[in-house]
Design a protein around this ligand. Structure first.
Ligand code: IPE
Ligand code: IPE
Ligand code: MG
Length: 243
């Protein structure tokens, strides 16, 4: 990894341990250039590499990225199949780089519903990187927050847990993100300001930022700006803080 001049000096004292990103705006990025939407998705996946590198540089421990939602299956068929083709390539092509960065790949969502060749690549990526500990990269792929909660309820009920024994901890432990701390900072690029079924349980007390930039153009310096903004926020968790 290329080392930059004193990145730490630009970082606030308080760094988000877990950053989650809704990588939005690929289609509009392409449209603005007169390109097909898939060209935007391709550029978006290429951008991922520099953001992962920047997270490692800044000492972020967990990065969760929203790659494909349970609702995205409803897009035109050629876009969906094009996206699956891109994911197929990316999981294979980026694995070596991810491994080199010391990142551990994890998946959140319904892997069983994606085509077997892709399932295989994701599983292989998780297996290859399982001992890495510099960064955990959670890929939310065929992920929906409501679906996740439904699956958790099913699992809790099928284990025969008594209603009075169900608490927030039990629910958290049955989500796809079990064992991963809640996100501190959620970034949604492209100027849209909504949750779109992303980490609806886990982001209950996250800080949110909404940069205008379309995802393919969202680079290291903008990530740094989001982290600096996070550093200026005061997290209250419903309490009154003493001065
Ligand atoms: C986000 O970009 C990527 C996916 C949802 C897969 P979009 O495709 O939503 O881009 P816009 O919002 O149409 O610009
Ligand atoms: C959310 O973006 C999903 C991903 C980024 C993968 P969308 O573009 O699908 O969300 P909406 O439709 O604008 O809410
Ligand atoms: Mg979008």
């Amino acid at each position: 990894m290329a080392k930059r001049e004193k990145p730490k000096a630009e970082l606030p004292d308080k760094i988000p341990q877990h950053i989650a990103i809704i990588m939005d705006g690929n289609g509009r990025w392409a449209q603005a250039r007169g390109l097909p939407r898939l060209a935007g998705h391709r550029a978006g996946t290429e951008n991922l590499r520099r953001i992962i590198e920047a997270c490692v540089e800044f000492g972020v421990k967990y990065l969760t990225i929203y790659a494909f939602s349970t609702e995205n299956w409803g897009r035109p068929e050629d876009e969906v199949s094009g996206l699956m083709g891109i994911f197929d390539e990316v999981f294979e092509r980026e694995l070596a780089e991810l491994h080199k960065q010391g990142a551990r790949l994890q998946h959140i969502g319904r892997l069983d519903e994606v085509r077997p060749s892709l399932q295989e690549k994701v599983r292989n990526g998780m297996e290859t990187t399982k001992n890495n500990d510099r960064l955990v990269l959670n890929v939310a792929f065929n992920y929906g927050g409501r679906d996740e909660i439904v699956q958790a309820i099913r699992a809790i009920m099928s284990e025969g847990t008594k209603p009075e024994d169900v608490d927030e901890e039990v629910v958290s432990q049955h989500l796809y993100t079990a064992g991963i701390p809640d996100p501190d900072l959620v970034i949604r690029t492209s100027g849209e300001q909504r949750i779109s079924n992303f980490l609806i349980w886990q982001a209950a007390y996250a800080e949110w930022v909404f940069p205008q930039t379309f995802w393919p153009d969202f680079g290291r310096d903008e990530l740094l700006a989001a982290i600096q903004e996070f550093g200026r926020r005061e997290r209250r968790y419903g309490l009154v803080l003493e001065n």
